[in-house]
Design a protein around this ligand. Sequence first.
Ligand code: HEM
Length: 427
Amino acid sequence: MTTECPVHAGFDPLSPAFLADPFAVLSSLPRNVPVFYALSIDYYVVTRYADIETVFLNPETSSAATAQLPLARLVPEAAQTLLAGGHKPQPSMVSLDPPAHARLRSPTARAFTPRRVAEMEPKIRRTVDQLLDAVDASAPFDLVSMLTFPLPATITFSFVGIPERDWAQLKQWCGHRAALAWGRPSPEEQVDHAKNMAAYRGYLRALVAKKVNAREDDFASALLEIHDENPEELTHDEIGSILYSLTFAGHETTNYLIGNVVRRLLEDPARWDLVVSNPGLIPGAVLETLRYDPSVPAWRRVTKRPVILGGVNLLEGAKLFLWLAASGRDATVFPEPEKFDMRRTNAAKTLAFGKGIHYCVGAALGKLEAQIAVEILAHRFPRLRLVNEQQLSFHPNISFRGPQALWVRAERTVGSMSEPKVNVGQS
Ligand code: HEM
């Protein structure tokens, strides 16, 4: 049986209440409404695991064209600035459909070898150690600025082959990109973001040109080797586009993942203590966090033909907000979904990395970074605790979520008989 789609006038994933606690909004929704129309963003919100999985697995019925479409309609000046800067309406791999998608995905997968990921392990360990060496553990410190933000930037940019002197600039450009595509910027902000994105793309084109005659053992050079085999199959422009994907996708996703893992472990000190005494639980803790509180909580698609989804009739062109965070709380897949369980046997079923042809290229790298970060943190700071009563804040966008700052202290308060649970105020 199919029904007309219910409309939710109040649902706004950019409202302060949603940004602070999306899970409270989720639990306030009627459970028997798997798909509803959200007026605030002009998207159909899909909440059930099975429906989201169906969308991911059927690129012939749903296009990825909306994956990084600016959520707010662009003012003409911003749109023109982007086009003039070589930024196409479908700017990179994650929003392309077959067969165009494979042109970029195949060489990416070839160059993103398990060997190259495994070889990053010593570099990740060294970087975590160096970052933590700089911490003054005698006072509370912000784990985001000291560790979770700089780590993935360092790893991704060195993996790709970006010279270190440009990292700070790249990080800024990534911030502009997140705000333009996944936030709700004002017209003036849009123009500023667009100028920065044009500069970002120009930089990557120049980098590819420079690397042609200055190869190193990095991902960009590996793509140039593939280009040399058959220049028609992978152009320099396409290599620039792949670098545009990687430099962004490997950064905030992983920063927020690590922040979410540490937050969820410290939220109940018993979890942290368990991980300290049994580091073998860390991979499970990372997976469980991806299910319970994913760093990419929503992803987008658009229907290519009329479909029935969650019992609802949708027309061609219906824009879909795939609520990945809600799919992790689907009790038909994950029993007792509100329980954070590091030993959950099927947490790996999480849709946090997508599924199907666009499945995250960097999933193994992102998980490795998070595991090593937590492992070393637990080893060096076995008494780590959250600073009490801090108000967490989250960047105003729909697709990347993790604490902007996470204040911790390294030592237990002297004299406390039992550790109180920390009220961080938000979920
Ligand atoms: C660790 C946290 C990460 C999360 C939660 C995450 C999540 C995602 C999601 C949801 C997608 C879209 C999947 C789809 O449309 O079906 C995606 C795609 C992608 N991710 Fe990740 N990602 C993470 C880390 C990384 C890293 C570290 C890299 C690379 C260094 C990366 C590179 C990519 C690329 C290139 C795509 C596009 C793949 C395609 O379109 O074929 N990601 N990721």
